[in-house]
Design a protein. Structure first.
Ligand SMILES: [Zn+2]
Length: 687
């Protein structure tokens, strides 16, 4: 494929600099990435060898402007591959991952570049050059990257570091590929319709077409990422529930899709890298650049919650045992019964959120819910541009405008599950906002809402609604960014901070005035009955089950990354014992509630960027709960409150220390008591 025809080698001419997905091939990506790496190295070499006195312009600005081809290519590719992976894209990713890791090392081990950064810092210290707070922070971050990247190691250790990084990159890709294949293979085939009791005709139709897609008769129950499976809420047949549960939690433990050796090698190589760089373990290395800052701080938060959460889960288990006894006398409560009994309990005693489905039509939720909340808070409006296409024809492009009509950026919405999409939901940046480049932000919102059966409306579950609001919170962080440096734009904040704006955005889903607009019956247009709204708000209390499954996954992540190399399993056969011992030690063994992800399918930490960082969701939630309390006291979903949150916090992105944006917005450090109350643990719970 010749460069003349490669659209990735020059800036896109399409509106919003959208990648020209209609013409981009896997070969284009490969060629443009390789060209982009060479271009960037040449551009950085110029910075390193510049003999002029170091300034913000000739060091920091020039650095940010380098690598445009590479950034453009990888942003376009990453978005497409995650949401629509093909064998060609997978092959390109597998080939590029080690090359990109090596490229990153070449930059971070480049002495001349490091000296140039130090020269700028020294000039700033001497007052020879003036750096404002964004320059100062960008410089600090680049210097930190160098120190963490091994610049001070001798040559032999630097080579070892390069080898480790390249091996880690390759293993992470392999883990993900085996995992995805294993998830698809774990789907449960059902041939006897009686076993599907409890499902609606629509749900059955979806399973039927999943079976047809694989040329099977009967029905196919797909397995989602988490240990818990959505259909376990409703399936009445205990045998089928058990099959689904075992298919889910048994992933990665045997056969063609065994991930255990891969994850052990990842954990061991990470431990080795950490000690090479002078850290006690990988967790210490990872935590250093987060809001938590230390492993002790992370462990403190997790261990503070553990006993109380287990106690709540034990109370829930007691209630489920009584209910099961009434249905099937003498039966023992098993993990595959929990979700079903909890849903029954909710239906009778509180609120069965499934009843909401006819009121949660996707288009209405999007426009009159998610978009409308953003308009009420931030003044921005959304305008579909049907002539623009994303990476598949199911991806819709919306232009985002300011209150005065000027264009702010764009968001791509891609709600529905397809076999080529990764599980879960996520946001990405196709183009990062920057005053330096003048680029407007372009973000994506990718969910896994089951596609509607042909001819039917797309009715959402309540949890899918919350996910849509959540991911849109990340989108807003990207869209409302107003910073100089693209590398510090929007969501470029520590991992334990980045979930906080998205968690805050979830609260608007519950806002009664907004519910009245977006939750309307898809046939009659009737709003939700007021008593349902009350019940929904009342049902908001997190269950012990949910907090415990999260906590267990967080503790597993810490165990894999805080255990010294010599105590880690030597190969995959030690994974299950290691996992059991870690949970036991933390006091959360409680086998009725599985970790949200078991090690063998924990993509966040073994394939994604969350190693030693899965606790971040909880850390972010401390700020989330504190901010929700602030909104409650400051006009709730109002333009004035939104404006403050936008200007002091969202708009600052990662351009200065994240916790400083928080303190400026809130006027104080976050108060953990709001989270404890939310989790039912009470602010006075002993530490
Ligand atoms: Zn998130």
């Amino acid at each position: 494929m010749g460069s003349m025809t490669n659209p990735l080698l020059s800036a896109s001419e399409l509106p919003f600099a959208l990648p020209d997905y209609a013409t981009i091939t896997a070969d284009h990506v490969r060629e443009a990435a390789e060209t982009g790496m060479r271009e960037q190295l040449a551009e950085l070499e110029e910075i390193a060898t510049d003999t002029a006195p170091a300034t913000a312009e000739n060091v920091l600005h020039a650095w940010e402007l380098s690598g445009a081809t590479l950034d453009r290519t990888m942003a376009a590719f990453w978005v497409a591959r995650a949401a629509h992976s093909t064998p060609e894209r997978d092959a390109v990713w597998k080939a590029l991952s080690p090359q990109l890791a090596a490229h990153g090392d070449t930059i971070l081990l480049h002495r001349g570049l490091y000296e140039r950064l130090r020269a700028l810092a020294a000039r700033a210290d001497r007052g020879e050059v003036e750096l404002d707070e964004q320059d100062t922070y960008a410089l600090h971050r680049r210097l930190t990257d160098y120190e963490r990247g091994g610049i001070t190691l001798d040559e032999a250790d630097q080579q070892r570091l390069r080898d480790l990084n390249s091996a880690l990159a390759t293993l992470a890709v392999e883990f993900e590929q085996v995992l995805t294949a294993g998830r698809n293979a774990a789907a449960v085939h059902v041939t006897d319709e009686r076993q599907l009791a409890g499902l609606s005709p629509d749900e059955k139709a979806t399973l039927r077409s999943a079976a047809q897609d694989r040329e099977l008769d009967g029905w196919l129950v797909p397995i989602v990422n988490t240990s818990g499976q959505p259909l376990l809420d409703v399936l009445e047949d205990r045998g089928l529930r058990e099959r689904i549960y075992r298919a889910s939690v048994g992933r990665g433990l045997s056969g063609d899709h065994d991930t255990r050796d891969l994850l052990v090698r990842l954990a061991r190589l990470r431990a080795e890298r950490a000690s090479l760089l002078g850290y006690r373990d990988h967790a210490a290395y990872a935590h250093e650049i987060t809001c938590a800052q230390t492993t002790d701080a992370v462990n403190d938060l997790l261990s503070r919650l553990a006993p109380g959460v287990v106690e709540i889960a034990e109370r829930e288990a007691e209630a489920h045992r009584r209910r099961l006894e009434a249905i099937e006398p003498g039966a023992t409560l098993e993990p595959w019964d929990w979700q079903f009994l909890a849903a029954q309990d909710a239906a009778e005693n509180s609120f069965d959120t499934d009843r909401l489905k006819p009121y949660l039509e996707f288009e209405r939720v999007l426009r009159d819910g998610v978009f409308a909340a953003a308009t009420a808070l931030y003044g921005i409006t959304f305008h579909e541009r049907p002539e623009l296409v994303g990476y598949t024809d199911q991806t819709r492009v919306f232009e985002v405008r300011e209150e005065d009509g000027t264009t702010l950026g764009a968001v791509l919405i891609d709600p529905y599950t397809r076999p080529t999409k990764k599980g879960g939901a996520w946001m990405t940046s196709l183009v990062r906002q920057s005053q330096l480049t003048g680029d407007l932000p372009v973000v994506t919102n990718t969910c896994n809402v089951p596609p509607p059966a042909p001819g039917s409306p797309s009715l959402m579950t309540w949890s899918n609604v919350i996910t849509l609001f959540h991911e849109f919170g990340h989108d807003l962080h990207g869209l409302l960014s107003d910073v100089r440096y693209p590398s510090r734009s929007g969501t470029a904040v520590p991992r334990d901070f980045v979930e906080f704006p998205s968690q805050v955005n979830e609260i608007w889903a519950w806002e009664p005035s907004l519910l009245a607009r977006y939750a309307r019956h898809h046939e009659t247009g009737e709003p939700l009955p007021p008593e349902w709204v009350d019940a929904l708000v009342a049902s908001r209390q997190e269950t012990g089950y949910h907090t415990l499954e999260l906590l267990k996954a967080m503790l597993l992540d810490q165990a894999w990354h805080q255990t010294p190399l010599e105590e880690l399993p030597e190969d995959g056969s030690g994974v299950e014992a290691f996992e059991a011992a870690a949970l036991e030690r933390a006091g959360v063994a409680f086998p009725l509630v599985p970790p949200r992800y078991r090690s063998a399918y924990f993509a966040h930490i073994f394939a994604g960027g969350y190693s030693a960082g899965y606790y971040s969701y909880l850390w972010s939630e401390v700020m989330d709960a504190d901010t929700v309390a602030w909104f409650r006291d400051n006009g709730s979903m109002s333009r004035a409150a939104g404006e403050r949150f936008r200007r002091q916090l969202l708009g600052r992105g990662g351009s200065i220390e994240a916790m400083d944006t928080y303190r400026q917005f809130r006027g104080a450090d976050p108060d953990v008591s709001h989270l404890l109350t939310r989790l039912g643990l009470g602010a006075d719970e002993p530490a």
